[in-house]
Unconditional design. Structure first.
Length: 227
């Protein structure tokens, strides 16, 4: 999965001499948390809502409204932005971006071309959207998780069984973490081609393979964020 397929392409940007006042208004009105900083289309930095917050007076400030107005108009993006931010290219993978975000604890990465021209912005929401879409969870799939022998053909054998039972394999993921030596944990999402019988399939799989878990995710009435 390449970033160019999942990143936001119509991105708000600012320049180095943009005022803190304008940045604050832009972020608030458009509900965004970060703004790439560009000079003639080329990326030179990034400014986040955290940068804005750190540069803003505390709520307990004794400054009057005129002093605050002056501060917000005088402080420029170049004074508080992160120069030389982490960047990726449109050809980089979504998986690579996820690793970088997790290890560096950042929630957004600018995407540039080979000449450092900004072509998009990838957020953690884009990463989640990509993984959700490709997993098949929203397609009504049934998930089976197996502990299989770590040898050639083990996964192919299960896939063959699924297809013989009129199932289409939508996604396959493999992990070697937290498994005994010589064992790999394999999660597969499948969907019937119209003739498959999930109950019969589940009975067969549990009898012939080490099935750790099997279920269809219920996505109706999902928890809502409380305001």
């Amino acid at each position: 999965m390449q970033l160019r397929d999942w990143m936001a392409k119509n991105v708000f940007t600012v320049e180095e001499d943009t005022s803190l006042m304008h940045v604050t208004r832009l972020m608030t009105e458009n509900k965004i948390r970060r703004l790439p900083v560009v000079d003639d289309g080329k990326l030179v930095g990034i400014i986040t809502d955290r940068d804005v917050k750190d540069a803003s007076p505390a709520r307990t400030t004794t400054m009057d409204v005129h002093e605050l107005y002056y501060l917000f108009s005088e402080v420029k993006v170049k004074d508080i932005m992160t120069s030389n931010p982490i960047v990726l290219s449109g050809d980089d993978s979504l998986e690579k971006a996820a690793v970088i975000m997790l290890e560096t604890k950042i929630s957004g990465i600018p995407v540039t071309d080979k000449d450092n021209n900004l072509i998009g912005l990838l957020s953690e929401t884009d990463v989640l959207r990509g993984f959700i879409r490709t997993s098949g969870i929203k397609d009504g799939t049934m998930q089976y998780i197996f502990d299989l022998s770590d040898e050639t053909g083990a996964v192919s054998d299960v896939v063959r069984t699924l297809r013989d039972n009129n199932m289409r394999v939508i996604s396959v993921t493999t992990s070697f973490e937290d498994t005994p030596k010589g064992v790999k944990r394999v999660a597969m999402r499948v969907i019937s081609d119209g003739k498959g019988d999930y109950d019969a399939l589940s009975t067969y799989l549990h009898s012939n393979y080490n099935v750790v878990y099997s279920a269809r995710d219920e996505l109706k009435n999902l928890p809502k964020k409380q305001r």
